[in-house]
Ligand binder design. Structure first.
Ligand code: NDP
Length: 493
């Protein structure tokens, strides 16, 4: 018998109204590790009612009080670092080395950041004229639905939940069906930290049922979504019926541009991290590489040699740096991308096969895979793979590199590698993306805004800009003079 989890509605841990469960599989071993409730529309309605009921009191609580609850949650996360890291590794497949040292500490740090910075949210006094005092205030939106993906289950929920809660919203979280367990565990932590009943509700279940019920519910003021572009488009359509606000952090196809004067060894190191961190299951992963023709051969050789050294296998081993991809159907998709690239004429430089060692054979592993001699018309240069599979192409001039970089429907991120700061900045200014790194790739801080353009979505997570996403601006006008003196009344006289 595996553990059966419950969902959080109105401060109570409950089974689903359907009585059904989703099986949660460890992608490193193929074993079922737990079951989570397969909720339905009825559970969503209950959660929305609870969140609506809790909204006025939570929204009226002083910011400092809400902030203290977040700080306590942050401390509790670090007290349970090992438990959370183990769970995240088992349900998502990220090696324990990463979940212990990266995911869990960052969750705690981000809550601290939100708790601190939210207290500095202010309104403005507007210089309209002597007739009035005109000012703006920021108010909570009310009930918000937060729909999160499986690639960083804990971090993605904290990015949204921390900002939404501290600004006074009540929340219904819909975690990914393949990896909902750390989110449920975080729910326990928030309750222990003092989040009142109804303020945080967590509902597990299929996106097309639970997610859509949230998106279409008229009492939900906003949907904060991170996930696939196709799902994002569906959410936009459904949200239009109630003119609901949506924040969309969607897919990416991120360019890694190595200019003629780049330091090649630094670029190679950045390439390995940018491409293979979290098995490439990162919206901002470096996935199409444009290398100046004079550096191409050396870069490709060194990149392949470095990627070959990455140790994949047992995710509970602290030495392992690459885990499997997150579920079986996703492995099949990644493999189909590899086959397509081979057929399209891309040159396989590394990987391309399923590893078959004792500690990988039952899991959903994909060996780090590098293709060379790619061109922008190939699917491998245009479609998001979301796995450890990357493509290299050559360019001759910076103008050509820029044109190739912008030749995509996505606009999440890109990096430029150069020793000439002028070239780097000029390139960064012209790349159509939410973030451009110069001489780094994939580095995101609490302080820096995150979000893309084009089909990568809109809105920002992180930084203080995230507070604009979870508050509404109200203008308050206070009359200061006697009626007869107001010039605009003359129009009707
Ligand atoms: P999905 O869009 O498949 O799923 C994301 C979430 O949406 C899951 O909770 C899912 O539920 C839910 N969902 C699925 N269908 C619907 C629906 N019709 N209505 C409402 N909710 C729905 O994305 P993935 O989980 O596959 O995540 C990977 C994607 O996320 C990649 O494209 C990646 O680029 C993107 N991403 C973007 C980031 C950014 O900041 N821009 C950051 C991280 C990832 P269920 O699991 O039950 O299907």
């Amino acid at each position: 018998m595996v553990d059966k989890y419950k969902v959080l509605i109105n401060g109570e841990w409950l089974d689903s109204s359907t009585g059904e469960y989703i099986k949660i599989v460890n992608p490193a071993t193929g074993e079922i590790i737990a079951e989570a409730p397969k909720c339905g529309v009825e559970d969503v309605s209950k959660a929305v009612e609870a969140a609506s009921h809790a909204a006025p009191a939570w929204g009226a609580m002083p910011m400092g009080e809400r902030s203290k609850i977040l700080l306590k949650a942050s401390r509790l996360i670090m007290e349970r670092q090992e438990e959370l890291a183990n769970l995240e590794t088992k349900e998502q497949g990220s090696p324990i080395r990463k979940t212990m040292n990266f995911d869990v500490p960052l969750c705690a740090e981000q809550l601290e950041y939100f708790a601190g910075t939210a207290r500095a949210i202010t309104g403005e006094t507007l210089p309209v004229g002597p007739w009035c005092m005109s000012s703006t205030v920021r108010e909570p939106l009310g009930v918000v639905g937060l729909i999160t993906p499986w690639n960083f289950p804990a971090l993605m929920v904290i990015w949204k939940l921390g900002a939404a809660l501290v600004t006074g919203n009540t929340c219904i979280v819909k975690p990914p069906s393949t990896a909902p367990l750390t989110t449920l565990k975080l729910g326990e932590i928030f309750v222990e930290a003092g989040v009142p009943a109804g303020v945080l509700n967590i509902i597990t279940g299929p996106g097309n049922i639970v997610g859509e019920a949230l998106v279409t519910n008229p009492k939900v003021a906003k949907i904060g979504f991170t996930g696939d572009t196709v799902t994002g488009k569906r959410i936009m359509q459904l949200a239009s019926d109630t003119v609901k606000q949506v924040g969309l952090e969607l897919g990416g196809k991120n360019a890694f541009v190595v200019l003629e004067d780049a330091k090649i060894d630094s670029a190679v190191e950045g390439a390995v991290f940018g491409a293979f961190f979290n098995s490439g299951q990162v919206c901002a992963a470096a996935s199409r590489f444009y290398i100046h023709e004079s550096l191409y051969d050396e870069f490709a050789k060194k990149f392949v040699a470095a990627a070959k050294k990455l140790k994949y296998g047992d995710t509970m081993n602290m030495e392992t740096v690459i885990g499997p991809v997150a579920y079986e159907a996703h492995r099949n998709y990644v493999e189909s991308c590899v086959e397509k690239a081979k057929k399209a004429g891309a040159k396989l430089l590394l990987g391309g096969k399923r590893p078959n060692t004792a500690d990988t054979k039952n899991g959903f592993f994909v060996a780090p895979t590098i293709f060379g001699d790619c061109t922008n018309d190939m699917d491998i240069m245009q479609e998001e793979i979301f796995g450890p599979v990357v493509a290299l192409a050559r360019f001759k001039t910076n103008e050509e590199a820029l044109k190739l970089t912008n030749d995509t429907r996505f606009g999440l991120s890109a990096s430029v590698w150069t020793e000439n700061i002028r070239s780097g900045i000029n390139m960064a200014n012209q790349i159509k993306a939410g973030t451009v790194w110069i001489n780094d790739h994939l580095i995101i801080f609490c302080e820096t805004p995150w979000g893309g353009c084009k089909e990568s979505g809109w809105g920002k997570d992180l930084s203080t800009m995230v507070f604009d996403e979870y508050t509404k601006l109200k203008h308050i006008y206070i009359d200061l003079i006697e009626q007869p003196e107001k010039p605009w009344y003359g129009i009707l006289k």
